[in-house]
Design a protein. Sequence first.
Length: 374
Amino acid sequence: MITDTRQGLQKRMAAIFAEAKEQGLNVCDTLPSEVLDHFLVSLKTENICFAPEEEAKGMEEKNLDLETQLKQAQQALQNIDIPEDANQLQVELGLAKKSADFYRGLMNEAEERATRYQEKWQEALQQQVAAEEMDNKFERLKAENSDLRRSKSIIAEEMRKMKDIYDKLRDKDLGVVVDKEEKVMALEKQLKELKATSEELQEENCAVEGQYHEVMSSLDAVVTETTDDLNAAKARARAAEQQQSATFSEIQPLRRFYNHANDILNIYQGIFRQLLNAVEQNVTYSSDFREMLLARLQAASGECEAFLTLRALFAAEGLPQTEHSEQLSDLAQSAQQMQKCLDNIGQDMVQFLWALSRRPDILKLIRLKFSVLR
């Protein structure tokens, strides 16, 4: 926006200068006094800055020329014989030195003035830059002011629209408020009625609560009694279950024992049948008969020990003795006695068969003896 303003001003000034040339006027005559003063100050500042530099430069060249002449004169004095007018030359030499010193002083003063003029020119230049910056800032602020005025107009328009909307909503809300107040009054009336009904229900609830506490007290007594009965029944059922499990566990080794005993008796029966059978000439049995018989006897003895171990374990757990336990104890005692008999018979049979293998004639004596007895 600042650039557009500057270009507009330049076009206007160009148009003014063109019109002055057409009318035969001097361009400087069309400039206001303020503009001429501005240009004169700028030109004076530039002249003040550049004149001392040129003066100092000329004096420096003169000083260098004088120094060169002085050096040439000194060199000539050294190379030639001193004439009779040496005093005159020394005087001229002293004047030349004084003249060189004078011009050197003038040169130094010129340099100092040039330095001061340079500082003044820098200061003037800074003031000119500051003035241009102020002009630019003024144009920028002017543009911002214009933008703010436009924004103010837009905001004012928006505020007017919002006010219209607010007025419409306020009229609408007034009707809603009146409707809500009527509904609130109706709700307050219903609330009073409900409160009266609630008080009546509360009185009834107090009476019902008293009856409820009485019924709950009776139920608690019944529940307590029923719980005790159930616990006792559970205890009896648990004891019966434990007893039944113990009985079942104790029956198993006894059942296995009598199975082993039956197998052992079958073995004994086979041997005795061969001994008393006159048709068969010899008693036959397998080579591992002794090992097989001892294994069966040992298995039967292990089942008796297993029963005793279970009975001791159940007794340590505090399992009570029942009629079934006593009957099982009798069966176990009979099994132990039978085990002893089977062991003795087995030892005698093993010895007899060993003797029979040494003396086969014993078989004839046995058969003859049993045939006489019959």
